[in-house]
Design a protein around this ligand. Structure first.
Ligand code: HEC
Length: 149
C-alpha cells in the first residue's frame, strides 16, 4: 500500500516538473542571446557602411553627385529587394532621390559577402529609413543567384 502511494506521488512530481518548468527556460534565455547577435550584426553593418558606402553617401546626406540615404524611398521601402540589388549590381542613369535628380554611377559591390550585404542593408535601412526589420543573408543569396534585373 505504501509503495503504491509513493509511486503515484512520484509520477505527479514528474508531471508537475515537465509541465511547468520546461517551456519557460528557453524562452527566458533566448531574447538576450538574440539581442547580442542583433547588436553584433548591426555593428557589422555600420562598419561595412563606413568602409564602403560613406565615401560617397557620407553620413546619409549625400552630396551633389551622390544621392542621400535619408529620404530615399528605396531605403524606406519595407521590401529590401531593390536595395539589395543596388548594392550587388550597382546603379547608373538618371534617378530622383528625395526630390532631387542624380545621374551618376554606383559600382556593383558583389564582392561583399551575403552576410555583409545583409548587415549593411539592415543597418542603413534602420539608421536612415526607420525600417526595423532585418535583412537576412539567405535573401541576399537568392537575389545574387537571380542575377541583375
Ligand atoms: C563610388 C560611389 C558610391 C559608393 C561607394 C556607393 N554608392 Fe550608392 N550610389 C552612388 C550613386 C552615384 C548613386 C546614384 C546612381 C544613379 O544616378 O542612378 C547611388 C545610389 C544608391 C542607392 C539608390 C538610392 C535611391 O533611392 O535610388 C542606394 C540605396 C545606395 N546607393 C546605397 C549604397 C550602399 C549601401 C553602399 C555601400 C555598400 C553604396 N551605396 C556605395 C554612389 C556610390
Amino acid at each position: 500500500m505504501r509503495i503504491i502511494d509513493l509511486s503515484i506521488l512520484g509520477a505527479g512530481l514528474v508531471v508537475a516538473l515537465t509541465g511547468c518548468g520546461r517551456p519557460e527556460t528557453p524562452a527566458e534565455t533566448r531574447p538576450s542571446a538574440d539581442r547580442a547577435d542583433e547588436e553584433e550584426f548591426l555593428a557589422e553593418g555600420q562598419a561595412v557602411y563606413q568602409e564602403f558606402c560613406a565615401i560617397c553617401h557620407f553620413a546619409g546626406e549625400g552630396d551633389d553627385r551622390n544621392p542621400p540615404m535619408i529620404g530615399s524611398a528605396m531605403v524606406e521601402n519595407p521590401d529590401p529587394a531593390d536595395f539589395i540589388r543596388v548594392i550587388l549590381f550597382g546603379q547608373s542613369g538618371p534617378t530622383v532621390v528625395a526630390g532631387r535628380e542624380y545621374d551618376g554611377i554606383m559600382p556593383p559591390m558583389d564582392w561583399l559577402s551575403d552576410e555583409e550585404v545583409a548587415a549593411v542593408a539592415t543597418w542603413t535601412r534602420q539608421r536612415f529609413g526607420g525600417v526595423e526589420t532585418a535583412v537576412d543573408a539567405e535573401q541576399v543569396e537568392q537575389i545574387r543567384a537571380d542575377g541583375p534585373p
